[in-house]
Design a protein around this ligand. Structure first.
Ligand code: ZN
Length: 367
């Protein structure tokens, strides 16, 4: 036997050996010389039996691969079953029992205003393999901490973005809520995450803050209450005319508290703006009106930058002129409203109590 006799040009190392040990040694040497240091070679046992055809095929590079009658390139073992390649199936019917991770829980708007389209909830779960989770959103009232509604999002598959409109049952329930998402994945684990959410009450019929020139909402005989917005007027004695002030001075007007902010102030009656100035003595930003009724009206402590009229300008009852403020002193925001039947610059002591006028005007104050 020689290498030339083999059709592949290689010595078949599995050739049955029926002769002597000397010849056996020669065959082994021949194999080693012909195919190099094949790892399969050392494992071979030259048993004198009939060889299985091509049980091991030496490759040109000297390696050995599992034989397949048709395969000429290596094929992953997992796809070979019974000698026939199988197309792998990717998506299992049952979701994998793996942990899911909540990668998204968002609400499209923090507040649902009456009449607007329902905000949406966006949810996404991810996992190392295809899985799913059962998802529910519980609507909790932030005041009572009770669950008032439950909204099911059903079974959410991993890797899929899911959006759903917030349940319409919440539309008619103004309040402050917590949306608590609870997902239970295939391992039984609960995933919980919360978002704040509010449902706004319907807007009041009469807007409280008209912009200039405002249409007077509560004019009476040509007069309009000078604050048009949240205010407090009737209950605080310190706000009253001639109540005691420091250094023996009497309070020279009526204060209309605007403790929650800086609502618009409007012209109390038809007038001409006579002065706009900053009063260093404590009045802060001030407007003085020369009323058509021959009374001067002073508005004090106005919010800086809010004055929208200038001297010489005509104003009509209810026209916005500025916002209430707290300039000129360390006060809560309020409007100091003063009336002087003589020209403003004459005598401070000539001021009269505005209460008879103010008390007769419809006003938006709560207390
Ligand atoms: Zn005052």
């Amino acid at each position: 036997m020689s290498r030339a006799t083999h059709p592949l040009g290689l010595v078949p190392c599995t050739t049955p050996v029926k002769t002597t040990a000397v010849l056996l040694a020669a065959v082994i040497l021949s194999c080693a010389a012909g195919v190099g240091a094949s790892p399969a070679l050392g494992a071979e046992t030259p048993t004198p039996t009939t060889p299985a055809p091509a049980a091991v095929t030496a490759t040109a590079s000297g390696g050995a691969v599992a034989a397949s009658p048709v395969a000429t390139t290596p094929v992953p073992a997992a796809t070979v079953q019974g000698g026939t390649p199988r197309v792998p199936r990717k998506v299992p019917d049952a979701p994998a029992r793996v942990r899911a991770v909540l990668t998204r829980f968002a609400v499209s708007a923090p507040t649902w205003t009456a009449g607007a389209a329902a905000p949406t909830i966006a949810v996404r779960l991810d996992a190392p393999r295809d899985t799913s989770a059962r998802v529910q959103v519980r609507v909790e009232d932030r005041t009572s901490r009770r669950v008032v509604l439950r909204q099911s999002l059903g079974v959410v598959r991993s890797g899929v973005d899911v959006t759903a409109a917030i349940t319409a049952r919440l539309a008619g329930r103004p309040g402050s809520y917590r949306l608590r998402l609870i997902a239970r994945d295939q391992t039984g684990r609960r995933i919980v995450k919360a978002r704040s959410f509010a449902v706004a009450a319907p807007a009041p019929a009469a807007p409280a803050a008209p912009v200039a020139p405002a249409v007077p909402s509560a004019a009476k005989n040509g007069y309009v209450f000078p604050v048009q917005g949240p205010c407090n007027f009737r209950s605080l004695g310190a706000q009253r005319f001639h109540s005691a002030r420091e250094a023996g001075r009497a309070h020279n007007g009526q204060d209309i508290g605007t403790f929650s902010g800086f609502p618009p102030v409007v012209a109390v009656t038809a007038a001409t703006v006579s002065q706009v100035f900053y009063d260093d003595a404590g009045g802060g930003w001030t407007i003085v009106f020369a009323g058509d009724d021959r009374i001067d009206y002073g508005y004090l402590h106005l919010k800086a930058g809010s004055i929208v009229v200038r001297p010489g300008q005509r104003v009509s009852p209810g026209q916005r002129v500025a916002d209430a403020g707290n300039t000129g002193g360390d006060y809560e925001p309020h409007l100091h409203f003063e009336m002087r039947p003589t020209p403003w610059s004459a005598h401070r002591a000539d001021a009269v109590d505005p209460m008879p006028l103010l008390a007769g005007l419809p006003n938006p104050c709560e207390g």
